[in-house]
Design a protein around this ligand. Sequence first.
Ligand SMILES: [Mg+2]
Length: 281
Amino acid sequence: MMQPSFLQIASTFKAVFLDSYGVIKNYNGLIEGVPQAIESLREKGIAIRILTNDASRSQEQQAEGFYKLGLKSIQYHEIITSGMMAKQYLQHKILHGKIGYLGTENSAQYILQSGLEHIAVKDINLDDINDITAFVFLDDEGFDWNYDISKTVNLLRRKNIPVIVANSDKLYPVSKNDVAVATGGIAKLVENMLTKKFIHFGKPDSQMFMYAFDELNQFGTFNKNEILMVGDTLHTDVLGGNKFGVKTMLVLSGNTRADHADAQIDASGIIPDFICSSIGI
Ligand SMILES: [Mg+2]
């Protein structure tokens, strides 16, 4: 039996939430057929939002990235990042002191611009940590993996402060067969070692879905049953969409291999409403 295509399924919805990495793009650039698929959604008047756990770049920087790859129609407001959720939290909850972080200066610039001073873990003096009131795992670059992760563990052993994880992804694919450790993986390691509970942002948490849902509804009336969440990862995209109460689609163009999909669905109990090879086909 012919499976319906992404576009046939998407055509029955008013809005589509797309994950970025593994759905729109991968280590090679845009996934084949994606610009045409996005164009078809636009022609049908289907609203698009991109929900990404990439906290290393702002909405503007991500939109610019898509533009350079050839996706010219993506607007800033259509992109929702886990970094934005972490930023909101910090703005409302951490009102004094300095925020320590592990990550690049660029991600610190846009996530930590809440008026408070921020300080990279490498610049923290462990004998002078009275004014550090929160710590953030931002991204997987911009620090020394040996020295700075150990220093983070020591800081968090000495001082009990809220710890925020701006991107909960544990791994990301860097080639057809290989993955690299992402921020969420480092945070999980430290969390396990210290037996503490960190505050994790990004899919599958509902904040991003709620934010996207509220933002979308400024442009019309969208009910949850009129929205489709599309992603390549069961534990983030599909689980998050299922928890939020929208329909979900697993695509096999990224993290989940076609020959493993059924076994992973069985083992995890995370059941997508639809499965397609890619949004580009
Ligand atoms: Mg993905």
